[in-house]
Design a protein around this ligand. Sequence first.
Ligand SMILES: Nc1nc2c(ncn2[C@@H]2O[C@H](COP(=O)(O)OP(=O)(O)OP(=O)(O)O)[C@@H](O)[C@H]2O)c(=O)[nH]1
Ligand SMILES: [Mg+2]
Length: 216
Amino acid sequence: MHQIADVEVAKNIMDANKRLAHKNLHKLEDNEIFCVDFVGAIGSGKTTLVEEIIDNTDYNIGVLAGDVISKFDAERIEKHEVPVVGLNTGKECHLDAHLVGHGLEDLPLDELDMVIIENVGNLICPVDFELGSHLRIVVVSVTEGDDTVEKHPIIFQTSDVVVINKVDLADAVGADADKMVDDAKKLNPNVNVIKSSLKKGEGLDEIIKIIEEAMN
Ligand SMILES: Nc1nc2c(ncn2[C@@H]2O[C@H](COP(=O)(O)OP(=O)(O)OP(=O)(O)O)[C@@H](O)[C@H]2O)c(=O)[nH]1
Ligand SMILES: [Mg+2]
């Protein structure tokens, strides 16, 4: 009995989220804005990637920075002189379309070409919550262990691009970055997989190229 009620409530929540995600997408498209959302493990390099994209492209970018309670990421992004809204999820381990909708209200959409959404660091919770973006990029790093991809299949199956970051540390932690690439391709044969060291600037051009191809 309890189980049936739980399933019904969960379905209603997911349907409502999907509707709001479509609303966000329409709002972005009405403003001719391309939207990328970053999901991925805690500390894998999501904010670093957002900062590098801001510094190495000419797009007018606005950022929605998701965090559980802090404003650390929003404050980091702010230093790059782009509009940013910090979204706190409280006890939740993922952003949802409702929160993103409110974030969009606080960005100067008529001035932007691109909105980047950084989700809370988590490889499980964000999976089911569409936000209204055009492209989803999942960022993991070798320091989480080279079994991270195979242990969290769904997020890799539902993302468009996989970034395997911190390859500069692979030897130090005994991780095989190529195994992570193979695991991602097994789970999602059509996905783009890029190995990167954002610390050294490696892989960034490739990531930007993929975003630009998706924009056109
Ligand atoms: N060695 C190395 N360190 C990196 C690389 N990319 C990011 N880092 C470092 O990893 C740490 C975490 O990076 P963030 O960009 O804050 O990671 P994040 O995914 O945004 O973290 P959360 O938002 O807290 O989940 C920082 O100290 C970065 O400088 C890399 O390619 N190599
Ligand atoms: Mg971050």
